[in-house]
Design a binder for this molecule. Structure first.
Ligand code: BES
Ligand code: ZN
Ligand code: ZN
Length: 465
């Protein structure tokens, strides 16, 4: 992890990023070449340019840009650095520097542990120096953001060969000492005595037991009387089960199917590191979904944790089966608000691609407004979809209370209506199937697991009143 530090004087022996406007007066210690390049840069149209020096690079970034453009330029800066560039200094206006730094830090993520020559592949950059006008608090927040996002990305990128349900639960528990939250892991026997029929049904084809992880962060003098409960889909691998998925561009990326779980744990971890005054609980039901053993089958009728019966018509609609039990379990906390995050439907990806999450629900508009605002600020954008009861009609079964699939259209909404059935508190459902995973590298989001939703939910929790 790159360290963020303050500096007293610019080091001319390192690479430098100058975030500036026309009126900015450059540090006198910088060379004549840099001064004249800077003048020319501000006469031109380009928003970014650089000068190669004997000590590395001097990058020039125009200050008057959208925050997201600045983040993206941060990832561009990182792209030029070589193994020899161990440190980089920033000068300029604080807000703009922070945005560039956020992009640079977030794009420094690497998932390389499985390479024989991992050490060789490792980035050279290890320290970022920022002006003292940027508070220590801001530095710490940025470091925590990177930590939580990288934690989530790591879990998503770990294949099921190295991250089964038990391992996921253990990884969550390992955060507790640092975060100062409590973690309770329910094991298979406890899940059985609780009669979590949905989670157990999906697990029936697996040789690995399921887990149900409960994280609670309860600070003193929390602003909320009733907790905010976050629920994340923890399908550590989704083969589709007996309704088996095809491999290319489908099953082959399904280690990402616990990204919702990684997202909500990343968010509560970040909230705890930053000591937000919000009482938060995160629930992560986890299992893989496989066609082995005594796998649940299309046609089965399952009795869920809350007693609802569900006719399974497609074993690939497993996320809603495990989330339903977790959402019903959330009722016991009498939450102010329940938000779930899940890589739930291909329909969500087909509708809007990877650029945003789809959100829907019955919670008060003020929560959706806040979420939308957080989405725009973090550029983890959300699009609200309709949630009319008409869609719930499609989830009625001829032989049970519900069936687990709807019709051919609006699959992301019928899935959401299925989940709503189990929730008693105000509810927001986030389908993150699009942005949770990227097949090709995209600026500071990288390739593979993106950690989608961590910054979004943290920003949202921070704004709560
Ligand atoms: N995990 C998938 C959804 C998914 C698709 C996530 C693409 C990420 C990228 C989910 O369990 C699933 O298979 N959903 C089915 C539901 C259908 C059978 C009703 C789908 O969307 O096809
Ligand atoms: Zn599935
Ligand atoms: Zn799935």
């Amino acid at each position: 992890m790159i360290l963020l530090k303050h500096y007293g004087e610019l080091s001319l022996l390192s690479s430098i990023v100058i975030v500036s406007n026309k009126k900015t007066k450059l540090d006198k210690s910088l060379s004549e070449e840099v001064h004249s390049f800077h003048k020319k840069f501000h006469k031109g149209e380009e928003k970014f340019d650089f000068l190669k020096t004997i000590n590395g690079f001097v990058f020039f970034v125009k200050e008057e840009q959208k925050v997201e453009e600045l983040r993206v330029l941060g990832s561009k800066v990182l792209g030029y650095l070589t193994k020899d560039n161990k440190s980089i200094y920033f000068s300029g206006e604080s807000e703009a520097i922070l945005a560039v730094t956020e992009g640079l830090i977030l794009s420094s993520y690497q998932f390389i542990a499985y390479f024989k020559d991992a050490e060789k592949k490792k980035l050279g950059l290890s320290e970022v120096f920022l002006p003292t006008e940027i508070s220590q608090k801001k530095l710490d927040e940025l470091a925590s953001i990177a930590k939580a996002v990288f934690w989530a990305r790591d879990r998503v990128n770990e294949p099921v060969s190295h991250l089964n349900a038990t391992q996921l639960a253990e990884h969550i528990a390992a955060l507790a000492p640092e975060a100062g939250f409590s973690v309770q892991i329910l094991e298979k026997t406890q899940i059985e005595s609780l009669k979590m029929g949905g989670l157990l049904a999906v697990n029936r084809g697996s040789i690995d037991p399921p887990t149900f992880t409960i994280v609670e962060y309860k600070p003193e003098k929390a602003i909320n009387k009733k907790p905010i409960v976050l629920v994340g889909k923890g399908v550590v691998y989704d083969t589709g089960g007996l309704s088996l998925k095809p491999t290319p561009a489908s099953m082959d990326v399904m280690k990402c199917d616990m990204a919702g779980g990684a997202c909500v744990v990343g968010a509560i971890y970040l909230a705890a590191l930053q000591k937000l005054k919000v009482h938060i609980i995160a629930l992560v039901p986890a299992t893989d979904n496989r066609p082995g053993m005594n796998a649940y089958t299309p046609g089965d009728v399952i009795t869920m944790y809350d007693g609802t019966t569900v006719e399974v018509l497609n074993t690939d609609a497993e996320g809603r089966m495990i989330l339903a039990d977790a959402l019903a379990y959330a009722n016991k906390f009498k939450p102010e608000l329940v938000i779930d995050a899940a890589t739930l439907t291909g329909a969500a990806v087909r509708a809007i691609g990877t650029k945003a999450s789809i959100v829907m629900g019955n919670a008060d508009n003020k929560y959706f407004d806040l979420l939308e605002k957080s989405g725009n600020e973090t550029h983890e954008r959300v699009v609200r979809f309709p949630f009319w009861d008409d869609y719930a009609e499609e989830m009625k079964s001829k032989i049970a209370d519900l069936k687990n699939i709807g019709g051919a259209n609006a699959g992301m909404i019928t899935a959401g209506k299925f989940l709503e059935h189990f929730v008693k508190a105000p509810y927001i459902h986030m389908d993150i199937a699009g942005p949770a995973w990227l097949d090709a590298k995209e600026d500071y989001k990288g390739q593979g697991g993106t950690g989608a939703g961590v910054r979004l939910l943290y920003n949202f929790l921070k704004k709560l009143k």
